[in-house]
Each structure stands twice: as C-alpha cells, then as structure tokens.
Design a protein around this ligand. Sequence first.
Ligand SMILES: [Zn+2]
Length: 322
Amino acid sequence: MLLSYCNNIWRCMCKKKNPSLWEIMSFFSSELNCIEYWVKNRWGGIPVCPHCEKQDEHYFLKSRSKFKCKSCKRQFSVTTGTKLHSTKISLSKWMTAMYMLCHHKKGISSYQLAEDIQVTQKTAWFMLSRLRESMDESKWDFKKLSGQVEVDETYVGGKQANKHKNKRVKGTQGRSTKAKVAIVGMIERNGKIRARSVANVNSEVLLPLLKSNIADASTVFTDEFRGYAKVRYAFNHLKVDHSAGKYVIDEAHTNTIENFWSLLKRSIIGIYHRVSPKHIDKYVAEASFRYNNREKNAYEKFEVLFNNVNGRLTYEELTAAA
Ligand SMILES: [Zn+2]
C-alpha cells in the first residue's frame, strides 16, 4: 500500500456494519484517512491516473495531498474528475458533511452545518447543494417503476402551500402554479419514489412524464384531477375521488405518496424554512434519497452517497466545476 496508514478506527470501520458517530468523526478528522478511504473505495486500493487511466502505485506527494502518475507524470488528487473536482474545501470537512447529512434523519441546515464543521454559512450551503445533486438518483437510475404505482402532485411555496385540503376541493386556487411550484411524485408501493418539479400539471406534461418513469403493465393510482384523464390510455388506471370523501376504496388510494409529501413538507418547513423554487428539486432529491434508502442505517446511506459523489462527472459538469 502506498499509504500505509491504518489505525484501529479504520480496522474497526472495515469490520463494522454500523460504526458510531464518534468512530466516523475520529476517522474522518484526518485528511490522510480520508484519502485512504477514497483510494480504497474509488479505485479498490490502487490509484488510477485520471489522465492516462493507468493503475499503479503512483507517487504520493504528502505535502500536496496529491499523486504523481508514474507513467504520464501528471498530478492528480483522489477527487479529480469526480463531483468534488478541484474543491478547495478539505476532504475531512466534505466527509463529515456527507455523514451528517445521512446521520440526521430529517437533514441538516446550512446554518447548523456551518457551525458544526467550522465553515461559513455560504460554504455550507454550497456543500449541501452539491451533495443534494449527488442524491438525485433519477439522473442515472433509469429503471422504470412497476407494479402498483401511486401518482400525485403537491405544491410548494406561496401562501396556500400547506393548505393540503385546499387541493382536494375542485375549482379552487389550490392547483394554480402561479405562486407555487408543482411537484409530481410517482411511488411504487413497497418500492421507490421518483419526484420532480414540473412547469404545469396539464395532461400534456403529466402523461409523458408517467410514461418515461413507469413500466407499461403497471397499475396507476391517482385522484380525480383532470390532469390524469389520459392516464387510462397508457396504464391500468384506478382513481379515488377525494372530493366525495372517498379516500380509500380497496386498493385505490394515494396514501403512500401523501405520506411522502408530508415528510417533504415537514423537512422544508422544519429544517430548511424557506426554499426558493429554483432549488426545490434538490430538496426533493434529498427527501427521495432518504425514502429510497429508508431500510439502511446512517453508514450504509453514507456509502451510497459516497459512491454517487465519487462517480465521474459529465463533460458539462466538469467544465462547470473547473
Ligand atoms: Zn497518468
């Protein structure tokens, strides 16, 4: 091993499925430990030069925390070409922030993170923003939802935002997207959620969205909203008429997705207070990540997030990050 850095906590973390907060914090407080973790988990223990793709025991320049390729002689760090490409923030702070985001069940505000890892609120906001983008599994997980899928929309922002029942009364302002952002959610019963904001809730927007996210033979449950009128042409469609007070008719209910909306709204109101429409999808991605990984403990969630973060950037992302 190039970095022969291996202490008790590292050994402990390798063996343990659920290390404690203290063990994690102690381990990631060392920049060298973080580098070791990246080398092991990004490259399987032996660094791969991002410039020439050669895997070797490349030189480690300890003072710069960088590697020098034995083949092409260019330098690189463990984060070169990843979502943390050319970051100025220490790995120690990134890893701690990543773990805290997974450890706190409802998320963490930029003010709290700033205080916890000793950075400015602006930096903490930037870090959380970058991490939330990495939580957006819909960007690379293209497997369609299937089986029984509940579909519903909710509205965030504006004065009417939390008047949930409003939406249930026909002909009210509840579904207007003038002051609010509409979010459409599709949730597999006992499975995964996909959710994202949409410009409007016409069937011209809703149907293509459903078709690209839900497998053909699925059963789709919605309420009686007219935006779902054409769903029956593509799926087995069962509706529940909320305005008539019929919330659960046998299997035809949308309770699962409504529970998700209340989780999302509680986190936006309780932790993040105000979310601008421009950034709403990042918070939706975070809530979806939590939901989709709900069976995992904090460390397992952290591993999923870490793998998303160390994944390669697209060319657009890379040029934007430089
Ligand atoms: Zn090289």
